[in-house]
Design a protein around this ligand. Sequence first.
Ligand code: IMP
Ligand code: MG
Length: 186
Amino acid sequence: MRGDLDRVLFDEPAINRRLDELAQQISNDYRDRELTAIAVLTGSLMFMADLLRRVSLPVKLDCLSVASYHGKAHTMGKVTFKEVTLPDVGDRDILIVDDILDSGHTLAAVREKLESAKPRSIRVCVLLSKKKQRARHVDADYVGFEIEDEFVVGYGLDFRGRYRNLPYIGVLRRELLKGEGMKGAW
Ligand code: IMP
Ligand code: MG
């Protein structure tokens, strides 16, 4: 699988070092409070598990499953919630945990949905944020790494369901992205 990558951006030690820092920051910011983490599946699985194990606070964990359809004109920006029952977030301090901030559609929709349930506070934590113009503005309060606008895989992130189990994050070779309707299909 390493051969499918153009280059590795963040290896395991780099990811671990950054997770230590993020977890420390979160633990300080929420000191003396209970945190409710809401992980956006599936891409955030590894990140969420490794991050939350480093956080020294009482934490409740819920997961949300959403599907986004980008790149198809008729469904542009549409985000469907697969879980019918949303986690109970009323009066809680919510931290949304996701893998990557790209167009912003997913996180904007998730944030809006959770805000309607009146949490006490709501913040967003992403492992990666692409430096690009977003279709929807999203403020990420905690960002692991900023990256260029390239397609990355590993450590939870996939291309057509693959590469999630790579312990590092890398840029997928461009020729593998080509092919039927790939543009914007992630
Ligand atoms: P957004 O709604 O465009 O911000 O994108 C959100 C979702 O698209 C992420 O949660 C990922 O699942 C997926 N995604 C965006 N960029 C990448 C990438 O470079 N690699 C893998 N998945 C990506
Ligand atoms: Mg995702």
